[in-house]
Design a protein around this ligand. Sequence first.
Ligand SMILES: CSC[C@H]1O[C@H](OP(=O)(O)O)[C@H](O)[C@@H]1O
Ligand SMILES: Nc1ncnc2[nH]cnc12
Length: 292
Amino acid sequence: MAKAQIGIIGGSGLYQMPELTDVEEVRVETPFGDPSDAFIIGTLEGVRVAFLPRHGRGHRILPTELPFRANIYALKLLGVERILSASAVGSLQERYAPLDMVIPDQFFDRTRARARESTFFGDGIVAHISFAHPVCSDLGDVLEESCRAVGVNVHRGGTYLCMEGPAFSTKAESNVYRAWGMDVIGMTNLQEAKLAREAEICYATLALVTDYDCWHESHDVVTVETVVENLNKNVRHAQLVMREAVKRLQGRPRACECGSALKNAIFTAPELWPEATTKRLEAIIGKYKKAD
Ligand SMILES: CSC[C@H]1O[C@H](OP(=O)(O)O)[C@H](O)[C@@H]1O
Ligand SMILES: Nc1ncnc2[nH]cnc12
């Protein structure tokens, strides 16, 4: 199996990383089905990086349909320890202008609980990870430094509200989210962050602001046309930030607790773990299982 140290999940508009060299296209099978697409694994700044277009090549998968578990499990199987996610977001506050970048430090779930995959557990093994701080702050530091190095207008911190979609919000919803103090809005990152934590992989988001959602007096409605136009203006910056982040991560030891997130989270005693579930979750719970 091919291996990589860093995963990059590209969202709307970020469908490739042009500077990868020694590229191989790798399809990964997982116990949770097929990932969104084949991974493009290549070398960037001397580091093996696995790139995945979240919505598949040609943007064919709705946020609700995303195979979140397969995507994160596949990255685990590839040996990835850190995930950098790029995502298009709407701004819910005047201070985040289109073309700015935000590195959120919180998520707020407005997806429909049953519609989306958000845990690897169940089927006889119960785990409750801590999720008070859903983003790896060390990885967030690196993204922030990288944005500054590239010269991007970056905001550190803020809450990413994850809505179900696929329709954009109504004006009433948008105004309520603003009143709640939410900062940016998107449709994809919350489940990824949860599953990455369960898989003990560091996760941080580079949110690319594309629009003012629909609350703003001078913008009124969001359209895919506006989003795409601003993404196209910003995609090169996003690629440069990712490259800079990978460069800064090379040789940097993990200075966080993401790598042991499951240590005190699995409730079910190892002697009670059903064999099939234990086997299915081998890549993430293997190190915690009862010695034979
Ligand atoms: C194309 S606009 C809405 C779409 O864009 C964002 O996708 P991603 O997070 O993958 O960049 C948003 O979450 C929606 O899926
Ligand atoms: N306004 C918005 N709402 C939800 N997702 C988005 N992605 C980009 N802009 C968005």
